[in-house]
Design a protein around this ligand. Structure first.
Ligand code: ZN
Length: 87
């Protein structure tokens, strides 16, 4: 299963990556390397790299809406959190 999706606000392609603090954040798929794109295609996880990957929070054209209700915009991340807390 892949974490690849698109932003509900601006429709840009995004992927959910884990930071070293174990937080899952939406990242612009365009900032992901070609090797990582292959990982994404087969559902393999790779971590967020600060300074290389671009957080979608920073570039979303509709970020106001985004901040107000990030949970409803990203149901996948909510789901992912509940899955990891079971383990
Ligand atoms: Zn967006």
């Amino acid at each position: 299963m892949s974490n690849l999706t698109s932003c509900k606000a601006c429709a840009e392609q995004i992927i959910f990556l884990k930071t070293k603090n174990n937080k899952t954040i939406p990242v612009n798929f365009s900032s992901v390397s070609s090797v990582e794109k292959e990982f994404a295609a087969i559902g393999k996880e790779f971590p967020f790299v600060y300074g290389r990957h671009i957080s979608h929070f920073a570039t979303c054209t509709d970020s106001d809406k985004f901040r107000k209700s990030s949970k409803s915009f990203f149901p996948l991340s909510t789901c992912y959190f509940s899955l990891t807390s079971i383990n």
